[in-house]
Ligand binder design. Structure first.
Ligand code: LER
Ligand code: MN
Length: 272
């Protein structure tokens, strides 16, 4: 059965982005637990910034699981990517992700590789960028496996990257990397709404390769506040026995608490 999660950003520079809660981890945990969610996903400035938060104990005190750790702070704050033409930047990006894999592994939670994947153009052609990406995923998923966890790779819509936009392309890349269970796909319903022909059909094709879902409606507002049809999506996840997190990476619209409540209703109705 799918598990439910909300998101929090601890990165001021991500302001305006799709996270339910902002900055106050204790308050976010309190509300997340009160509404009956299973876990919380954290977008942090990186391994060092995360260490300053007593996040493990705070989550535990509220009976919550760490759902996943985002790595996009490495791009947002340091302009690191795995496909930069600059080898020093690529290797710093790898170290950044490894640090978050290690942090997540303490709580059996995966790290997410999303915006840190970068894009082709500006000094790196498509084939080279895809090779850099595949090599990095190989290194990072092996690192995750050695820590007893796995890595999540997230296809992004055309306005955010030009490398891997659909789940089919994501599946192809995972096959090429050949990392087995240590590399899984993250399906972000907002990106999928832009790129896919059919959401439920594409989710069904992922089977056990699907590791995590980002839940947002067509407009990136909380699920239930746009025009995405969640019924067939929920059914598709049930059919593949999805037991990962459906995590609300959505705008705090109209405010954080209402977004959390709306997500709880949508999750209970379609995904429980
Ligand atoms: C960004 O749009 C996104 O969906 C994140 O999960 C990627 O880091
Ligand atoms: Mn996402």
């Amino acid at each position: 059965m799918a598990r439910s999660a909300l998101t929090i950003s601890l990165v001021e520079q991500a302001r305006g982005g799709p996270f339910v809660f902002w900055h106050d981890l204790a308050a976010a945990c309190r509300e997340t637990a009160r509404l009956g969610f299973d876990g919380l996903e954290i977008f942090s400035p990186g391994p060092e910034g995360l260490k300053q938060q007593d996040y493990g104990n705070t989550l535990k005190a509220h009976g919550l699981k760490l759902a996943a750790l985002g790595t996009g702070g490495g791009w947002l704050l340091h302009r690191l990517t795995l496909t930069s033409p600059d080898a020093t930047i690529r290797s710093k990006a790898i170290e950044f992700v490894k640090g978050l894999i290690d942090a997540g592994a303490e709580f059996a939670a995966p790290a997410i590789l999303g915006s840190l994947q970068g894009r082709h153009g500006e000094g790196v052609d498509q084939a080279t960028a895809m090779n850099y990406l595949a090599d990095s995923l190989h290194t990072l998923s092996r690192h995750a496996q050695a820590r007893g966890t796995f890595l999540l790779f997230e296809p992004l819509n055309r306005y955010e990257s030009n490398l891997v936009k659909t789940l089919a392309e994501g599946r192809e890349l995972c096959e090429k990397v050949g990392a087995g269970d240590s590399l899984k796909l993250l399906a972000d319903l907002y990106h999928m709404n832009i790129e896919e022909v059919g959401l439920a059909a594409e989710l069904s094709k992922c089977g056990a390769l699907l590791g995590h879902v980002h839940l947002a409606d067509s407009n990136r507002r909380p699920g239930g506040c746009g025009h995405t049809a969640f019924e067939p999506i929920g059914q598709a996840l049930k059919k593949i026995d999805f037991n990962g997190f459906v995590s609300a990476e959505c705008l705090p619209w109209p405010d954080s608490l209402t977004a959390a409540q709306k997500t709880a209703e949508t999750f209970t109705r379609y995904f429980r």
